[in-house]
Design a binder for this molecule. Structure first.
Ligand code: ADP
Length: 619
């Protein structure tokens, strides 16, 4: 017998589960049954595709039994089973790095939030909520040795050699006081129907029924068993037979969530290629959606046989929020990852699925704009990824993408902006930055406000790349509001007299700032602020430079902004009147510093800025 310590994160997870899920204890059964079903899936797949397992004859099944007196509950399967090393890897550590990272981000407050934990599979360890001790007896398919894994969930576990008839795994829970209620036929039936009804294999409940004579007197009891799930592969059934509730139940089951889906898309294609797809758009983004190692949410089946739930190429990455199933009769069962990626059938299904999902989303956006707004709240960023990566569906994606804007409170589409333009307006204007709030206060908007022109506010990081790449929407060119020369669009003729009057001030500022800026100019775009920074027509914005820097691409650093100053502002006016050089220099630095600060950019030398500001205040 060998004693092992749990990986630190397992202890953390156990702790988290116990603190946040105590009111949802019952999910442990769903987790154990779905592990059992996964194990059967894996073996069934090998059985059909791998020579070494072809001779194995097995009828997949999952068995649940209990003994109220002995306070035990078992969930058994005849699936793939685990070797000794598998046990250590699977039940001593957390395999998924997403879960690990998630745990490390959780503060103490989040512990109380059971919604959070509901968003990822809690797995095997949830059984410790109802157990004093857990014993797992398992034998891997194709091996003779069986193993017993034991733990009370308090830091360590033991493994010793054991015996088991046939391959598979039996999880035996020694129930604690809270768990006792599950040693009950009706309760178990209820839970399997609730959570595991669509599991593709028979789930068989073993129980003991009392027997009575004619006079109603108990004469003994008898062991019985009964299949308690329907095992219907919902997606293969015709739409007409299914109700909204069927879909919602199924979704909750496969997506491991309590929330209803935002949209359900069920398609059956017949003809040269036959397949069914059932996709759900969740109402909340899965927690790992922006992690590089996110879990794909679409499972692949071939003729109702589970193939994989870990294939990121089934759909384009920007649709990774989708949950559901693709099932095709026209793929080989032993389809490998490499084959999948080049397979014509798969490519067809993939392309048709993308078109279908996008057109359903478009339909939702016109049919129910509020609901579509909720979609945008969660997934707009992914639509932007699509704009950048899926050129073939660009037209539709341009209709689906949403923006915040100076003209409306919620989201707007580009088409709606097009309806609101002023007579003669030829461009759609946008401003990028790192927060919507900051953008709303940017001095760069002053001119547009004065002209009554709408500006889109783009604060997603990828906007820096995506929005400029749009180029044109219909007849409108997309134009950045933070570019030098933006005033030219509004026909404000250059005021030669003013340029001349302020030339000495502008020169003074330019001289004081030297290499810190690309140029200093007088502007008519400001109404309230004394200064702002803009970028020269072809230079990348400051945010884009920061983004590149964050991605480790230093090459772009050092592209300087242009400082624009407002000749109508009191500060600049007074500068023109004064001949104190020291004062002028301090003012120049403060004009630049504040313009950078409002854009959310960092000052190179904050102490110097403060010192100059203080000198100005004192004078
Ligand atoms: P998850 O199932 O989400 O990966 P779990 O904590 O529930 O996480 O299980 C961890 C791992 O233990 C599984 O990925 C699987 O490899 C293994 N496992 C759990 N239950 C079984 C079982 N009944 N048969 C075979 N392997 C199992």
């Amino acid at each position: 017998m060998a004693t092992h310590q749990f990986q630190t994160e397992v202890n953390q997870l156990l702790d988290l589960i116990i603190h946040s899920l105590y009111s949802h204890r019952e999910v442990f059964l769903r987790e154990l049954v779905s592990n059992a079903s996964d194990a059967v899936d894996k073996l069934k797949y090998l059985n059909l595709s791998d020579e070494r397992y072809k001779s194995l004859s097995f009828e997949p099944r999952i068995d649940i039994s209990f003994d109220r007196e002995a306070k035990t509950l078992t969930v058994g399967d005849n699936g793939i089973g685990m070797s000794e090393a598998d046990l250590v890897d699977s039940l001593g550590t957390i395999a998924r790095s997403g879960t690990k990272e998630f745990l490390s981000h959780l503060g103490d407050d989040a512990r109380k939030n059971s919604n959070l934990i509901g968003r990822f599979g809690v797995g095997f360890y949830s059984a410790f909520m109802v157990s004093e001790k857990i014993e797992v007896i398992t034998r891997k398919a194709g091996e003779d040795a069986a193993w017993l894994w034991k733990s009370d969930g308090k830091g360590s576990y033991e493994i010793e050699e054991s015996a088991r008839d046939g391959q598979g795994t039996t999880v035996l829970l020694r129930l604690n006081d809270e768990g006792l209620e599950y040693a009950n036929r009706w309760r178990l039936e209820e839970l399997v129907r609730k959570y595991s009804n669509h599991i593709a294999y028979p789930i068989i409940l073993h129980f003991v029924e009392d027997e009575y004579d004619d006079k109603g007197k108990k004469k003994g009891s008898k062991a019985k068993d009964e299949r308690i799930n329907s095992a219907a592969a919902l997606w293969t059934r015709p739409k007409s037979e299914l109700t909204e509730a069927d879909y919602v139940d199924f979704y909750k089951n496969i997506a491991d969530t309590e929330e209803d889906p935002l949209l359900t898309i069920h398609t059956r294609a017949e003809g040269t290629i036959e397949y069914s797809t059932l996709f759900f758009v969740p109402s909340k983004a899965p927690f790992d959606i922006f992690h590089a190692d996110y879990r794909p949410g679409v499972k692949l089946y071939v003729h109702r046989v589970f193939i994989t739930d870990d294939e990121k190429e089934l759909l384009p990455t920007y649709l990774r929020f989708l949950r559901g199933v693709i099932d095709s009769e026209d793929l080989p069962l032993n389809v490998s990852r490499e084959i999948l990626q080049q397979n014509r059938v798969m490519t067809n299904i993939r392309n048709a699925s993308v078109k279908k999902v996008l057109s359903e989303l478009k339909d939702l956006s016109t049919r129910d704009p509020d609901r579509y707004g909720k979609f945008a709240d969660e997934f707009n960023r992914l639509i932007k990824e699509g704009l950048y990566s899926d050129y073939g569906n660009r037209e539709t994606l341009l209709e689906l993408v949403r923006f915040k804007s100076t003209a409306v409170d919620g989201w707007t589409s580009l088409a709606d902006y097009g309806i609101r333009v002023k007579d003669g307006q030829k461009a759609i204007y946008y401003l990028t930055g790192d927060s919507e709030e900051r953008l709303r206060k940017s001095p760069l908007l002053e001119m547009y406000r004065k002209e009554g022109i709408e500006v889109l506010l783009c604060s997603d990081e990828i906007d820096e790349i995506v929005v400029p790449s749009i180029g044109k929407f219909g007849v409108f060119e997309l134009k950045a509001a933070n570019r030098a020369g933006a005033e030219d669009d509004f026909g404000t003729a250059k005021d030669e007299a003013k340029e001349k009057e302020y030339k000495p001030v502008v020169d003074k500022i330019r001289k004081a700032l030297g290499e810190r800026v690309k140029d200093v100019r007088l502007t008519s775009r400001l109404t309230e602020s004394p200064s702002c920074i803009v970028m020269d027509a072809d230079d990348p914005s400051l945010q884009f430079q920061q983004l590149m820097k964050a991605m480790g691409r230093e090459g772009m650093a050092g592209i300087k902004p242009i400082l624009e100053v407002n000749g109508d502002h009191a500060i600049v006016k007074r500068m023109a009147l004064s001949d104190d050089d020291r004062l002028a220099e301090d003012t120049a630095f403060v004009l630049l510093g504040q313009a950078l600060l409002v854009e959310g950019a960092q000052l190179e030398d904050p102490a110097d800025f403060v010192a100059r500001l203080n000198r100005l205040l004192a004078s």
